[in-house]
Design a protein around this ligand. Sequence first.
Ligand SMILES: Cc1ncc(COP(=O)(O)OP(=O)(O)O)c(N)n1
Ligand SMILES: Cc1ncsc1CCOP(=O)(O)O
Ligand SMILES: [Mg+2]
Length: 216
Amino acid sequence: MSAPWPAPRGLYGITAEADCGDAERLLAAVTAALAGGLRLLQYRDKRNPPEQRAALGAALLARCRAAGVPLIVNDDIELAAILGADGVHLGLSDGSLAEARARLGPEAIIGITCADSLERARAAAAGGASYVAFGAFFPSRTKPNAPPMTLERLRQARAELHLPICAIGGISPERAPPLVAAGADYVAAIEGLFGAADIRAAARAYAAAFDGRGAP
Ligand SMILES: Cc1ncc(COP(=O)(O)OP(=O)(O)O)c(N)n1
Ligand SMILES: Cc1ncsc1CCOP(=O)(O)O
Ligand SMILES: [Mg+2]
């Protein structure tokens, strides 16, 4: 059974390339993040061929299902469909929102990268996106060329958009609270979460940024 949407506000973990070369390591990392309170997981894997991505995606989906956490596939609408994952995340150069909705159905979670653009977020909302993602809020070693996004523009987005908003880009646990206060429903992290020495503790620290800030 697929996980309910919207997921409770909180940490959105995105798998690290460094973990995708080793299934055991990847599953251990994700298991630790789930134990620390991860609310959403994205399988982002730009290194493996399709067959391996299908196998890793299936293993991640089983782990996420057991935890009641949605699994979203980055970039690849077809892989999301084949796996029966909860959704897909699409950037500017990935497939279209309309194509994803047609392939995955009305219940699928479809996230759209808006980078620093409110205009793109408005179009995504009007086109039936499930959430929009803004960033990079801070310099990101994972994606150094992501355009910079500001807290002020995030507040503006929160004031006018009526769908979940995700903040991404160089976000450590210490950097999360102002983003949550400005209206982010999800804080997405790769290095700050999966690069941490204690992944479960890092997930808890991100989750704490949402404490006392209202129900999902
Ligand atoms: C939650 C979330 N937000 C943004 C992105 C970036 O997507 P994209 O611009 O397509 O870049 P890649 O991740 O594909 O390199 C994301 N993946 N997740
Ligand atoms: C995928 C993506 N899109 C904008 S910044 C980014 C990278 C996020 O990774 P990190 O949390 O390590 O900066
Ligand atoms: Mg992409």
